[in-house]
Design a protein around this ligand. Structure first.
Ligand SMILES: [Zn+2]
Length: 118
C-alpha cells in the first residue's frame, strides 16, 4: 500500500509489511502524482481490483499479499459474521475486494455453499 502521497512517498509491502521509499514523479503542470516507482525489486500487482505492492522477497517467494492477516480476518468472521466483512477488512487494513473473497471462501467452508459474493 502507498502510505503517503507527500514529499517522500513510502510504500509498504502487502506481504510482510516491509517499508520502502518509492521514487515518485509528478505532473509538472498539475503537481499531481503521475506515477510512483517502487523501490528496486518491488512489484506492483492488481488483486481483486486493489493495488498491491510487494517487496522483492515476497514476490520471489510468491507470498500471498495480506496472508499474515487472514487468520485474524477469519477469526473475526467467526465472531462477527460475514455481514461485517467491510468493517473487518477496514479494521485489518485488508482491501475490501480481498475481504469479500476471503469471506466468500469462509462462508463456503461454514455452510458448504458456493461462495460467490458479488
Ligand atoms: Zn514483503
Amino acid at each position: 500500500m502507498i502510505l503517503a502521497d507527500g514529499q517522500g512517498c513510502m510504500v509498504q509491502c502487502d506481504g510482510c509489511g516491509a517499508v520502502g521509499e518509492a521514487v515518485e514523479t509528478r505532473n509538472p503542470r498539475t503537481g499531481s502524482l503521475t506515477a510512483a516507482f517502487l523501490p528496486k525489486g518491488w512489484k506492483f500487482d492488481v488483486l481483486d481490483g486493489e493495488h498491491i505492492h510487494r517487496c522483492g522477497e515476497c514476490f520471489a517467494a510468491a507470498v500471498e499479499p495480506f496472508a499474515d492477516r487472514r487468520a485474524a480476518f477469519e477469526a473475526r468472521l467467526d465472531h462477527l459474521g460475514a455481514g461485517l466483512t467491510v468493517d473487518i477488512a477496514a479494521s485489518l487494513g485488508v482491501p475490501i475486494g480481498l475481504g469479500w473473497r476471503w469471506a466468500g471462501e469462509w462462508k463456503s467452508r461454514q455452510f458448504g455453499e458456493a461462495g460467490g459474493m458479488q
